[in-house]
Design a binder for this molecule. Structure first.
Ligand SMILES: Cc1cc2nc3c(=O)[nH]c(=O)nc-3n(C[C@H](O)[C@H](O)[C@H](O)COP(=O)(O)OP(=O)(O)OC[C@H]3O[C@@H](n4cnc5c(N)ncnc54)[C@H](O)[C@@H]3O)c2cc1C
Length: 385
């Protein structure tokens, strides 16, 4: 390697911090700069706790980043050829850029502007303030029966047993779990007093009610939209290749086609199905993607060909308040196995997983190893990079 190489990481979430720390640990002679809007690491997996007032969700980035990584507090406005433009006018030159801007909650039915959310810290803060103001007996309607909606409804119901919490889901609640895990979820929600409405799609959110597609409605002092995640439009605005959801397209090694200096990691990217067809937006995927993106940059710095991504899942974890949880074992392609840990054991394991993520992505990230992907993806990799 000739001279000091400048690596810039945009976004200090799970994927970005992992990538920055792993490069700093692997190439002390490279300069690694992380650009992030705040000097705190947001533990997004705890934002439902934060919103419900049962815990914090931020830690100082200084305690998570490798001592050699430089933090630049700011927001990326545009990516150009070897230059990153910030919204405050600064221009940062780079030899390699890692795109790690993550996701937040987006979309929703008509009237979604009346809804609250837990997708990012600002959303969770707004919901927390609103919940604190609610009088006993007020109705909270959580829309979306996926794991984020389940966790949010459970957390609010446990912290505020004086509220009436309802969970509305167009399909079965916690559909990604095996039947035993799903039963544990619905029983725990019932114990917390959460009323479940399955098979009803919210069509409109108003200030005091949620209208459903079967013609009925639910009164709501607060509606929480827990639908799909959306990604920032930085890649699209920068003229980089994106998929229909605006996620940055990469090849199998996470390099952006036609832009060999840019590597994409985490929720905001769309690698080809041959390596990532089974990957859902999750912290569990963002961490190995961040590590793999770092290894790709390290290979490019050495003049080596980067390896194709191979990443498999192990668990789906869902907290049901602070005293219960379900940890569903899954195959590497994320399909559920029969076994699941439930109750207090599930809650303890989920909490342990959340704590361990901070250790994995921390200054020792160079030693992090992860589960390989499903066999089908591995077999297809030869044809893909
Ligand atoms: C309530 C909740 C519970 C969850 N629970 C789980 C769980 O149990 N298990 C699991 O696997 N996943 C869970 N998830 C999903 C998980 O949090 C995300 O998939 C994960 O955070 C994605 O990591 P990331 O690094 O790609 O992005 P993020 O964690 O979203 O980080 C992206 C970073 O980029 C920054 N950024 C964005 N735009 C710019 C810009 N223009 N310039 C500079 N910086 C920028 C953001 O501010 C942020 O710091 C949960 C999510 C929520 C909301």
């Amino acid at each position: 390697m000739n001279g000091t190489r400048r690596v810039v990481v945009v976004g200090a979430g799970y994927a970005g911090v992992m990538a920055a720390n792993r490069i700093a640990a692997g190439r002390p002679e490279a300069t690694v700069t992380v650009v992030n809007p705040r000097d705190e690491f947001v533990e997004r997996v705890r934002l439902h706790q934060y919103a419900a007032d049962s815990g914090d969700a931020t830690v100082p980035l200084a305690g998570v980043l490798h001592p050699d990584v430089v933090l630049r507090v700011g927001t990326a406005d545009r990516i150009e050829d070897r230059q990153l433009l910030l919204t405050d006018g600064e221009v940062i030159d780079f030899d390699h850029l890692i795109y790690a801007v993550g996701s937040s909650t987006g979309g929703g039915p008509d009237g979604a502007e009346h809804a609250f959310a837990v997708g990012d810290l600002e959303d969770a803060e707004r919901l927390r303030t609103r919940l604190r103001d609610l009088d006993a007996g007020a109705s909270v309607v959580v829309i979306g029966g996926g794991l984020t909606g389940v966790e949010t409804a459970a957390e609010i119901a446990e912290q505020r047993p004086d509220l009436r919490v309802r969970l509305v889901s167009s399909g079965p609640v916690a559909a990604s779990l095996a039947p035993r895990g799903r039963r544990a979820v619905t029983r725990a929600l019932a114990r917390l007093g959460v009323r479940i409405r399955e098979g009803a799609r919210a069509t409109r959110i108003e200030a005091d009610r949620v209208l459903l597609d079967d013609g009925t409605e639910c009164a709501s002092a607060v509606a929480v939209w827990a639908g799909e995640f959306r990604v920032p439009d930085l890649a699209r605005r920068s003229g980089l290749p994106v998929d229909t959801q605006g996620r940055l397209r990469t090849d199998g090694a996470l390099v952006v086609p036609g832009h060999p200096t840019i590597v994409g990691v985490g929720d905001a990217v769309a690698p080809p199905d041959s390596v990532a067809g089974h990957i859902r937006m999750s912290c569990q995927a963002a961490i190995p993607l961040g590590a793999h993106g770092a290894d790709t940059v390290l290979a490019l710095l050495d003049g080596r060909d980067p390896e194709p991504l191979s990443m498999g899942f192990l668990l789906q974890c869902v907290s049901l308040g602070r005293r219960a949880g379900v940890v569903q074992f899954v195959r590497t392609d994320d399909s559920p196995r029969r076994w699941a840990l439930r109750g207090r054991t599930g809650a303890r394991v989920k909490e342990q997983v959340c704590r361990t993520t901070l250790r994995w992505i921390g200054p020792g990230a160079g030693g992090y190893r992860w589960l390989r992907g499903p066999r089908r993806a591995r077999a297809e990799q030869g044809a893909m990079v």
